[in-house]
Each structure stands twice: as C-alpha cells, then as structure tokens.
Design a protein around this ligand. Structure first.
Ligand SMILES: C[S@@+](CC[C@H](N)C(=O)[O-])C[C@H]1O[C@@H](n2cnc3c(N)ncnc32)[C@H](O)[C@@H]1O
Length: 507
C-alpha cells in the first residue's frame, strides 16, 4: 500500500487536523454540550479540544496522547482548565476490563502507525478480528466500546474500511451493534499536507445504539473543497447525499463491504446473485524467485532496469509450448530461460520480454535452498492458459493472455475451471472492458486488483450468439495488440457488447 506523501512520524502518524472546516464540521456532528463527557483518544496539538472550548462549552474532556512533546504542549496549553485532563498513555493498551465510558468521542487517529512486533501481538489478542496493522481501525473499535448508551463518536479516517477485505471484522462489528449516522467522503487533499495515493478520507459518525435490521444511513460525497463541509450540517446536505446504505444489504454483500450503489446497474448485478469470477475460475498470484537480480533476464526491447537485469541469451530461451507438459521441476537442457508475464498495464497481449532461469538447479533453489525468500506458489498453474491481470492498475484494469507462460507475483492469474475453458477469450474481453472496471472499483475503490476482489466480480455468461460476437471482437483486438498499436477507440465495440450484457443503460 502506498504511503502518505509527507510522512513525518511513522511511529505516531501525527497528521494534525489543521483545517477549520473539518474540525468545525466534526464538532457540529458530535453535538455536545456542557453536560456531555468527551474522550479525545489521540489529542496531538488539541485542535478538537480548542474548537469545543472556542464555542464557549466546558464539558469534561479526557485526552490521551503518547508523544512526549505533544503531551507537554497540551499540558501547557490547558493548564488551569480543570475540565480538560491530559493523560500520557497508549490509548490502544488501556486495559479492556477497566475502560471508562463517555458520551462522546472525537478523533483523527493515526493511520497505519508503526507498532513493535510485541505490541502488535498484544493488539491481536485484545482486538479479535480487527486488522491490527491499521491503527485507525483499532482506535475506532476501542472508542466504540467506550461509548455510553446512545453516546456518539465522530472520526476522520481513510475510506479504506468501506471495502478493503482486511477490514471485514471492523465492518461486521459496526453493523452488528452500532448505528452509523452518516459517512462523508472527500479527497485526502482536503487535509492540509496529506495526500494518500491510495485512498480518500471519510468522516464517520456512529451512535452506540442497537441498530434495527433495515437501518439506513446517508453517504455524502462530491464536495469541491473543505469549505463545503459545514453545509452538510444544514438543509443543503441533500445536494451531496449520493446514496443511503442499508444494513440489510451490507450484510449480504461479500465480506460485508459498504459498496456505494452509485450506479443502478451495478447494484442490480451485485444483488442478482449471479456466479462470481471466483465461482468459475481459480484466481491466484504467481511466482517470485527470491532474487530477481540473479535469475531474471530481459530481452533487448526492455530498457527499464538495464543495470539490474542482464540480457537474456537468445540461444537459452525455451521456445516449446510449455502448457503441453509444464516443466514444474525445471528444464534439464541448455534452453532453460522461460518467458514470464510481469506487471505493467498492457491490454490483451504482452510480448515475451522477461525470462526466468528455469534450470533444474534454479528451481531447486526456489523450492529448497532459497525457500524463505522465494515464492514458489500456486505452481500447478504455471505455464497454463488463462488471463493475467496486473495487481495494480494505472487508470483502469487491464488484462492479457497468459499464453502458457510463467507469471509473477505482481500478476493475478485467472484460470477458468475445466468446464469453463471455453470462456478464455470472453474473460479476456471482459477484464479489458469498462463494465469490469466500474464493478471492481465499486468492490474496491483503490486501484488494487488483488485476487480477493477479482474473485467477487459477478460474471454474467451470455447466450451463445453474444458469446461468439465477444470472442470474435476479442480476437480482433488481440491481433491489434500483437501489432502493438492499440488505441482507446478500438475498445468501443467490445464495451458496447458488455454494456448490453450488463444492462448498463437499463432495459
Ligand atoms: C493523526 S494525529 C491527530 C492528532 C489530533 N487528534 C488532530 O486531529 O490534530 C494522531 C495523534 O495520535 C498520537 N498517537 C499515536 N498513537 C497513539 C496511541 N497509541 N495512544 C495515544 N495517542 C497516540 C500521535 O502522537 C498523534 O499526535
């Protein structure tokens, strides 16, 4: 996962909420008065506390902070203000049995702060089913526990909890016992000095109240600048309400994901219970040698990595059809450099430009000698026919033919089960279509196409007539790709077929 561009303190992840519109919106959502007790679990410089005090309120506030310098500043700033208590303590290590409870919690918790291996072990023990490497989820889970009945929390956190597989436990916890009041989504650029390459930001408001089965909550999106945020506290908020998510629907979504039903056809296809890619294909990641500088070779057409990777010796390239008798244990002759499909977004066909040493000695190294570093995984699928999708896409998902080659760990290999072999070209077309891109970006908003998300894509298999048309078109595009001069317009016809198959424009 990419890191924030300006990462100042890995240990504390101290990005302060120095944006008046954000703090003011969050305090507005919090709805506190002089009689509500408030917890700030990671106070930093105290921006939320300041906003509360600036409003002339004097509720009891308990603030935690771990960083010595920040603690000193907070103590100095709030000296003599008897209703504000500063505690220098690790909020995540508070003893679960002795937790105090509060009417309100407000926080901008650290995102992915470094945890020592010992601490991570402890956190895994204390927070069952919550992803321990991502600190914001832990802060959220603990803060929910510390809410009084009908108490409310307002957090600003990355939006990755909406759909990322590893946050399934957090999503389940929330919808089982708490009522989400609203989620507001906006670009991370709203946050001074922070810009996540991989995610947007969100402000989530949650109440400690058992949710009714069909609880629904609004999602606000489309704000142009932070100064638009406060209008979500007024009647103007309807303008930004993009959907209402229902708990009943979330409970039936794969891994309880919070899919935003921004497009009706996507909601319909997700709800329709059609088979998914994972039902029809094996979906898995590929090989890593453990030392590519030693084992990987490039053809002369590759200019990237010139210094790191040696040129392949043309005489050593294995030119057999390796899918007929896959050489899983290595090749015992001189022609033992096998083509490998690597990452990089190129549609339909990638020429063989990279080669892996597949001599028996090298394979023994991957499997035995260098077993710890190498990843000789899913080897049953090496040198088979299927589809290769790069794990990270640039603007949209792309796919190319595996074509009986090895594939590396930056590729998700999609291999139709035996009875679905006839779908190879259909799948190749599908994974290059706009429809597929829109579905996967709904399932997971980041540009990550890992196997877990690809498996969840609903795959509509049309009747024979349409299937043949898609296959013909895919074949045509494959030929263009092999000549190396494909342009976006070439995809128009293919996209039209998939628009029809997925009923994009409504019946
Ligand atoms: C993202 S900053 C936000 C600070 C402040 N709430 C704001 O919005 O400006 C997170 C703060 O949490 C503190 N912190 C990190 N881990 C902590 C922990 N385990 N317990 C308490 N505070 C922690 C950091 O030192 C940092 O000041």
């Amino acid at each position: 996962m990419a890191a924030p561009l300006k990462r100042k303190q890995d240990e504390f992840q101290a990005f302060y909420t120095n944006c008046n519109s954000i703090t003011s919106y969050m305090i507005g959502l919090l709805q506190c008065d002089d009689n509500t007790s408030i917890l700030e679990p990671c106070a930093g410089e105290g921006v939320f506390i300041d906003e509360i005090l600036d409003r002339g309120l004097s509720p009891d506030i308990e603030a935690y902070e771990l960083n010595d310098i920040s603690v000193k500043k907070l103590q100095k700033k709030y000296k003599g203000i008897s209703n504000v208590k500063i505690k220098k303590e690790d909020f995540l290590l508070l003893l679960p049995l002795f937790l105090k409870t509060f009417d309100r919690v407000i926080a901008n918790p650290p995102y992915g702060a470094y945890q020592s291996p010992e601490k991570r072990k402890q956190l895994k023990k204390d927070f069952h089913n919550i992803y321990a490497r991502e600190t914001y989820g832990l802060f959220l889970a603990r803060a929910m526990e510390m809410l009084n009945n009908l108490g409310r929390l307002v957090f600003i956190v990355p939006d990755t909890y909406l759909t990322l597989h590893m946050h399934e436990g957090l999503r389940k916890l929330i919808i089982a016992s708490y009522k989400i009041e609203s989620i507001t989504l906006f670009p991370s650029g709203f946050f001074p000095d922070v810009n996540f390459g991989y995610a947007g930001l969100s402000i989530i408001s949650i109440v400690n109240e058992a949710p009714i089965d069909n609880h629904r909550f609004p999602v606000y999106k489309g704000l142009k600048s932070p100064s638009d945020l406060p209008c979500l506290l007024t009647g103007k908020k309807k303008k930004y309400e993009v959907c209402r998510l229902s708990y009943r629907q979330i409970a039936t979504n794969p891994s309880h994901a919070f899919y935003l039903p921004l497009k009706k056809w996507i909601t319909s296809v997700i709800e329709a219970n059609v088979p998914t890619v994972g039902d029809i294909c094996s979906v898995l990641t590929g090989f890593y040698s453990g030392n590519d500088a030693k084992y990987l070779r490039r053809s002369s057409s590759v200019t990237r990595g010139k210094n790191k990777y040696a040129l392949v010796n043309e005489n050593e390239i294995c030119r057999d059809d390796l899918s007929i008798n896959p050489p899983i244990d290595g090749i015992d002759n001189h022609s033992c450099q096998v083509p490998i499909v690597k990452g990089g977004n190129r549609r339909f066909y990638k020429p063989s430009e990279w080669f892996m040493d597949w001599s028996e000695t090298a394979v023994h190294d991957y499997r035995v000698t260098n077993k710890k570093k190498a990843r000789f995984q899913n080897s049953r699928y090496y040198f088979q026919h299927g589809i290769a999708v790069p794990m990270v896409s640039s603007s949209s998902i792309t796919a190319s033919l595996m074509d009986g080659r090895l594939f590396d760990q930056s590729i998700v290999g999609i291999f139709p089960h035996h009875e679905y072999n006839y779908l190879e070209y259909y799948l190749l077309g599908f994974f290059n279509s706009k429809v597929c891109n829109e579905i996967i970006r709904t399932i997971n908003a980041s540009t990550n196409n890992s196997a877990n998300y690809i498996k969840k894509i609903p795959l509509i298999i049309p009747g024979n007539d349409i299937l043949l048309k898609v296959n013909d078109e895919t074949n045509r595009l494959l030929a263009i790709a092999k000549n190396g001069n494909m342009i976006d317009d070439d995809l128009k016809k293919l996209n039209k077929y998939f628009d029809e198959i997925y009923n994009v424009n409504g019946a």
